[in-house]
Design a protein around this ligand. Structure first.
Ligand SMILES: [Zn+2]
Length: 410
């Protein structure tokens, strides 16, 4: 990434200058001291002083060009590591990442969030311990932990707030438990928010300032990126689009309302409708699955739709239409230039996304869709852990925190 002089915050002095230099080195190609001076407007001696401190802290390393003449500085991604956790309803992914959110080690595990926080957290911490031990990570090398959970989170406290699919987790002190045990900073966020961050920083949405990440799996949610920053809303519930209700729909939602998007278009909704078709004997291929002792999943319906089964085609189309309708409203409201589709249903590809696009372009205003692109997630099932790692690294290397580190060193 090429930095312009105007992108650098001015007016810093003392340790703040060191933090600003660290930010610049982190977000660009390797730079010489002279280039840093030009970008920051700081004197040669000030740049040198702070660069020496950053080198001593191990946050920055010096490389030489092939001729060996020009020395350049780059951020040391291997200076430490972070743990990233993506908790789903029925599984958890725990990853060890470097300071550029590259996954160095990774373990997935089946579990049920409905088993409650004590049991689930004990199992997650055992996995963290095993990853740290097998990679010989010392406690001073662990810079932080980021964790996504499938429910609303009050970001300032890290508390889950009445998460509908996680009974017993309301205000459970996740952050305190993890930070006490691992002696590092911990950030908890909603899983879809973290996926949005992951795609923006390292996936399908790199370089796009205004974008939505929409996850359609067993539930439906969105992460909102505005001006390059995740928008959480006042209490952390922004993007909860699964409970936007559609006009004229009567399906009852567990939230107490009728016609919520999640009850019509999610994987859970499709499986329920498919099971009903099978039980009523209206769809022979689905009935066969049920009679064979299997459970009908959204994927069965998508597979049959691909083979041209008419009722399954109409279910996939109905899901796409409902999602398209809600997205059209969001697009008119927020005017993003990109929507990244993720979650299990995004794997269905063709027909589903075509329907979503048709409805979006038909129902949004022409100006709102002038630059709009709809893409599939690039990070797929790694979006959550990559986003969790990216969030922690950004927080750990925020201006304030690096200023503190430089102060302690100076
Ligand atoms: Zn609802």
């Amino acid at each position: 990434m090429k930095l312009e002089r105007t992108t650098v915050p001015f007016g810093f002095a003392g340790a703040t200058a060191g933090a600003a230099i660290c930010q610049i080195i982190r977000s660009s190609e390797p730079l010489s001291r002279a280039e840093i001076g030009r970008l920051t407007g700081l004197s040669k001696s000030t740049v040198s002083l702070h660069v020496e401190r950053l080198l001593k802290l191990g946050l920055v390393i010096e490389t030489t060009t092939s001729s060996g003449k020009r020395r350049r500085l780059e951020f040391n991604h291997q200076a430490g590591c972070v743990i990233a956790i993506d908790l789903g309803a029925t599984s958890v992914d725990v990853a060890l990442c470097d300071l550029d959110a590259n996954i160095k080690d990774h373990q997935s595990q089946e579990l049920l969030v409905t088993d409650g926080p004590e049991k689930v957290m004990a199992s997650i911490m055992a996995t963290i311990d095993s990853i740290l031990a097998s990679n010989s990570v010392r406690s001073d090398q662990l810079y932080g932990i980021g964790m996504g959970i499938p429910g609303p989170v009050e970001f300032s406290t890290g508390f889950p707030i009445s998460p509908p699919i996680m009974p017993g987790w309301h205000k459970y002190p996740l952050r305190e438990i993890l930070s006490k045990r691992y002696r590092c900073v911990v950030y908890i966020d909603n899983d879809v928010n973290l996926m949005a961050v992951g795609e923006m920083k390292y996936g399908a949405g790199v370089g796009v300032p205004n974008q939505l990440f929409v996850k359609v799996g067993s539930g439906i949610g969105a992460g909102i990126i505005l001006a390059g920053t995740l928008y959480r809303g006042e209490d952390g519930s922004a993007g909860d689009i699964g409970h936007i209700s559609l006009k004229g729909r009567e399906e009852l939602c567990p939230c107490g309302n009728k016609g919520c998007l999640e009850t019509i278009a999610s994987g859970r909704a499709l499986a329920k409708l498919g099971t009903k078709l099978a039980n009523d004997g209206e769809c022979y291929p689905l009935k066969t699955i049920l009679e064979g002792g299997g459970e009908i999943t959204a994927k069965d319906i998508a597979d049959l739709a691909d083979k041209g089964e008419l009722l399954c085609l109409s279910l996939i189309r109905m899901s796409g239409e409902a999602i398209g309708e809600v997205l059209a409203g969001l697009i008119n409201f927020i005017n993003p230039s990109l929507i990244v589709m993720g979650g299990g249903l995004a794997g269905f590809g063709g027909r589903w996304i075509t329907t979503i696009k048709e409805v979006v372009y038909r129902k949004s205003t022409p100006l709102a869709t002038k630059q709009l692109d709809i893409r599939f997630s690039q990070l797929k099932n790694k979006a959550g852990v990559v986003g969790a790692a990216a969030l922690v690294v950004d927080e750990v290397f925020s201006m304030n925190r690096v200023t503190e580190m430089v102060n302690q060193e100076g």
